[in-house]
Design a binder for this molecule. Structure first.
Ligand code: 0CM
Ligand code: SF4
Length: 344
């Protein structure tokens, strides 16, 4: 008789026999990057220092669980700074903001704490510099994503958004002689290179950015899941639907040989039918995902007979960013959640 499925219960998934050995390949690196860690700690520190409520413009990072937890501790997430009472503290999310948002916050007399990831800020600076030198900037990224809005907002007159390889075939440029591409930090590396290849076919004078815009964390998580996907019948990516880097991990897993790949926010979204005939399950998580959510997935999979876990590591990460300057001071450079890591 089938076991009734009760979401959230560890015995929700049945241990069904398969022909071969049941196991999990756990991708590493996975989960929190330095920019997410810093942004989440920034909200926690602001709550400690100023008390609730602390306002946050947009989701601090694109993860449902992180946002819920911070809400319970007194963070109030708003869409725009005009929803924040004048004089209050407001944290800008890891994805960055345009100068217009900074100005809007200043106009309302808000106490802004900028948790923009330094690697996003780097792209902003590139946009400002190329715009100053009168370049047309082809910004590769997803329309409506907060990071793209922030970066484009640095030089709206100079930026043209390119949303896909197909778009690269049709995008119009008035002066192709002074052209540079920049990108969102959380894209698929392979797809972005294809977009650039197609752009360069049409615009041979297109210049590259001074350094990689797709960040180390996005790249490392894609490299790791590529290795896992080759051997996986199923890949489970923990991450939220609006998390660009998490959604890319599902696509990359499928491109690199996984028979199936699914994104989930929580372990109780794993469906019994996904496990039919599955020997090897790859598991990873996006850069905005706390490890506890992966641990829950592993516990549920162990209950379903996938208790053998092998880590597949393709890089070591030891980057750590200082807290936003508005929060530095009494407790060291960042509040010290992860000792033993070097600072950038
Ligand atoms: O950009 P993305 O949607 O992947 O955001 P995220 O919050 O899931 O990941 C971290 C970041 C940044 C910038
Ligand atoms: Fe920064 Fe990359 Fe993390 Fe985004 S995914 S917060 S750019 S380190």
């Amino acid at each position: 008789m089938p076991v009734p499925r009760v979401p959230g219960r560890r015995d929700r998934l049945q241990d069904i026999a398969v022909v071969g050995r049941k196991r999990v390949l756990l991708a590493a690196p996975r989960g929190y990057c330095a920019g997410v860690d810093r942004a989440v700690v920034a909200v926690e520190k602001a709550l400690e220092r100023y008390g609730a409520p602390v306002y946050v413009r947009k989701e601090i990072v694109h993860n449902k669980h992180v946002v819920r937890e911070l809400e319970q501790r007194g963070a109030v997430f708003v869409d725009e700074v005009d929803m924040v009472p004048s004089g209050a503290h407001v944290v800008f999310s890891a994805h960055g903001v345009s100068p217009a948002v900074v100005a809007g916050a200043a106009d309302r007399g808000l106490q802004a704490i900028d948790a923009t990831c330094p690697l996003v800020t780097k792209v902003h600076r590139e946009a400002v510099r190329f715009a100053r030198d009168d370049y047309r900037i082809l910004l590769i990224g997803h329309e409506g994503h907060e990071e793209v809005e922030g970066t484009a907002g640095e030089a709206p007159e100079h930026v043209t958004l390119v949303t896909s390889p197909e778009h690269a075939d049709t995008v119009e440029v008035s002066d192709p002689s002074k052209l540079v591409w920049l990108s969102q930090t959380t894209l698929s590396v392979d797809e972005t290179m294809e977009t650039v290849r197609r752009l360069r076919e049409r615009f041979p004078q297109l210049q590259n950015p001074p350094s990689d815009d797709i960040c180390y964390a996005t790249q490392n998580r894609q490299v790791a899941i590529k290795k896992v996907a080759r051997d996986a019948d199923l890949v489970i990516v923990v991450g939220s639907a609006n998390s660009s880097n998490s959604v890319r991990l599902v696509e990359v897993a499928l491109e690199y040989g996984a028979t199936a790949a699914h994104r989930i926010d929580y372990a109780d979204e794993i469906r019994q039918e996904w496990l039919d005939g599955v020997e090897t399950i790859g598991v990873t998580s996006g850069a905005s995902v706390p490890e506890v959510l992966v641990e829950e997935v592993l516990a549920d999979l162990a209950h379903a007979g996938y208790g053998e876990v092998e880590e597949v590591r393709t890089a070591e990460e030891d980057l750590i960013f200082s807290l936003p300057k508005e929060l530095r001071g009494d407790s060291g450079p960042r509040g010290g959640r992860a000792p033993g890591r070097s600072e950038a």
